[in-house]
Design a protein around this ligand. Structure first.
Ligand SMILES: Nc1ncnc2c1ncn2[C@@H]1O[C@H](COP(=O)(O)OP(=O)(O)OP(=O)(O)O)[C@@H](O)[C@H]1O
Ligand SMILES: [Mg+2]
Length: 232
């Protein structure tokens, strides 16, 4: 469904993404993992259209979208969440979902609300709900309009282990229910191994491993990249 081919991007002299190639299969949850600064968020920016690569290509359903503007990609069915919460502080959760849902033609906001267990948060503003709920609102916003491909950048950032696992299970359920495809950037490896069908591991902008989670987690280069990290 999504194909990155030899994709590179540099911030000045820093090679943030260095000749990355990967294939995301339709209907899968594809994990993008790696240490801090590995280039995960930059990859998401290149797929969503927030940044343009210096070289290489992004193909979505056989179509070259490398230079396509972000709003057009959203129209094609590619949606994203951000590593930091992007909800509007003064609107209730219900209003945010309503406004955003209209913009993207969502027919069934209630289904997204139910899937992410956001019912109790609907009458409240982001400052009145917990951090875990705020993260789920952010994900709900990305899921509106039933995008075919959802890019999630650390949806569980700042959550406890239990909250992260609960969130991942919500997500996995929603993916199966709605037939979506997900690229998931995630630091909690337990979450990654639990829900991802496939993993690509980045280190210093380059792919160091790619495959099924059971294989990747035993890969010596991956073990070394994560050595000494409490998340492992
Ligand atoms: N706006 C920027 N300006 C300059 N350099 C940047 C910028 N954003 C990221 N970088 C650098 O690009 C590289 C890749 O960063 P990126 O944010 O993509 O990594 P990441 O894997 O998402 O890291 P993290 O796990 O910390 O979120 C890093 O070396 C980072 O310092
Ligand atoms: Mg990041």
């Amino acid at each position: 469904m999504l194909q990155l081919d030899d994709l590179s991007f540099a911030y000045g002299s820093v090679k943030a993404v260095d000749q990355v190639s990967l294939d995301v299969a339709e209907g899968s949850i594809h994990g993008l993992i790696g240490p801090n600064g590995a280039g995960k968020s930059t990859c998401i920016d290149l797929i969503s259209g927030r940044q343009r690569p210096t070289s290489g290509s992004v193909r979505f359903r056989e179509r070259d979208i490398t230079r396509m503007a972000a709003p057009r990609r959203r129209h094609l069915g590619i949606a994203r969440s951000f590593q930091r919460i992007s909800v509007y502080p003064d609107l209730t959760v219900a209003d945010q979902l309503d406004v955003a849902g209209r913009l993207v033609g969502e027919q069934d906001v209630d289904a997204v609300v139910a899937a992410l267990a956001l019912g109790p948060s609907l009458p409240l503003t982001p400052s009145e709900i917990g951090y875990g709920e705020q993260r789920r609102v952010d994900i709900a916003l990305a899921l509106l309009g039933a995008p075919d491909l959802v890019l999630l950048d650390e949806p569980a950032a700042g959550l406890s282990r239990e909250e992260s696992i609960a969130l991942a299970d919500h997500l996995a359920g929603l993916v199966r229910e709605r037939g979506m495809t997900v690229v998931l950037v995630e630091h909690h490896l337990e979450v990654v191994y639990r829900v991802c069908d496939r993993l690509t591991v980045l280190e210093q902008g380059a792919v160091i491993a790619d495959g099924r989670p059971q294989e990747v987690r035993r890969d010596p280069r991956v073990v070394e990249a994560y050595l000494g990290r409490s998340a492992a």
